[in-house]
Design a protein around this ligand. Structure first.
Ligand code: CP
Ligand code: NVA
Length: 309
């Protein structure tokens, strides 16, 4: 059974195949070619955190594929009143064909996969955001025509976005640099992944944003305080002052450097309005590509990659 629990579970070949399928589905959608590859199938979508892009792109994507998306807020599910995830997994497996879940703990996503008997797709946890990174890689390929040999630079928090970006970039032959304040680095095992797959100077985490951005082909940033960290907002504003994607930072990147942001963006914090607007075409193509990349993930997981055989 194929799940998408975290990006490091997928091989480079699986990632590239998914990007290729996403490109094809985007082409078909733009040209009015029907692709009801999941006709009659139901996707349960459990949300324990807010969402605009993830919810709407999964709902629309499932509909375009001929299937049915079922929105399940944790406020309304018994899981919100303490029903164990192990039981929820076994019950929902009898009604649904797959589950997409956005939650806090990565262990909850892993438990759904362990106890359920249907594909599980991670729609963001505190640990990672694999669907977003597949859309990011798709967008970079679209604008640059390749991934291999490019340098991605992340400015900010060693959070869920950065964890998945490290895996996505290094798995597809990009090099990766980041600037994070002390105390906000990614977890140790992600740093180990970076050292293993980013040997020969292809992986670097520093504290100086200008140093990290030097020669970058893609600059990426994300909010300073993620969902669930609202109480740390003031503390984080202090810690991340200076960790901003602004026009000064963009002077040290390569020419034609892209800027990406998973959104929602906080102008004046992690990115200036000026840089955001100068790269809005890339950022909103990236947002659109959530739809196409996730449709590819749904097809890969819900048909075991056999949809077009
Ligand atoms: N980037 C992203 O996942 O957006 P949402 O939180 O709106 O789903
Ligand atoms: N790091 C952010 C990403 C939002 C898509 C968060 O977890 O809130």
């Amino acid at each position: 059974m194929k799940h998408l629990l975290k990006l490091e579970d997928w091989s480079t070949e699986e990632i590239i195949n998914t990007l290729n399928l996403a490109d094809q589905l985007k082409y078909e959608q733009k040209h009015g070619i029907e692709h009801k590859l999941l006709k009659g199938k139901t996707l349960g979508m459990i949300f324990e955190k807010s969402s605009t892009r993830t919810r709407v792109s999964f709902e629309v994507g499932m509909t375009q594929l001929g299937g049915y998306p079922l929105f399940l807020s944790s406020n309304d599910l018994q899981i919100g009143r303490g029903e164990p995830v192990e039981d929820t997994a076994r019950v929902l497996s009898r009604f649904l064909d797959a589950i997409m879940i956005r939650t806090f703990e990565q262990s909850e996503v892993e438990a759904l996969a362990e106890y359920g008997s249907i594909p599980i797709i991670n729609g963001l946890t505190d640990y990672c955001h694999p669907c977003q990174v597949l859309a990011d890689l798709m967008t970079i390929r679209e604008f640059k025509g390749k991934l291999e040999g490019l340098k991605m630079c992340f400015i900010g928090d060693g959070n869920n976005m950065m964890n998945s970006l490290i895996v996505g970039a290094l798995s597809t032959g990009m090099s990766f640099s980041a600037a994070c304040p002390k105390g906000y680095m990614p977890p140790e095992h992600i740093l180990e992944f970076g050292k293993k797959y980013g040997a020969n100077g292809k992986f670097e985490i520093v504290t100086d944003p200008m140093e990290a951005a030097k020669g970058a082909d893609v600059v990426y940033t994300d909010v300073w305080a993620s969902m669930g960290q609202e109480e740390e907002k003031k503390l984080r504003e202090k810690a991340f002052a200076g960790y901003q994607v602004n026009s000064e930072l963009m002077t040290v990147t390569n020419d034609e450097c892209m800027v990406l942001h998973c959104l929602p963006a906080h102008r004046g914090e992690e990115i200036t309005a000026e840089v955001f607007e100068a790269h809005a075409n890339e950022i909103f193509e990236e947002a659109e590509n959530r739809l196409h990349a996730q449709k590819a993930v749904l097809v890969e997981c819900m048909t075991d990659g056999k949809s077009r055989d």
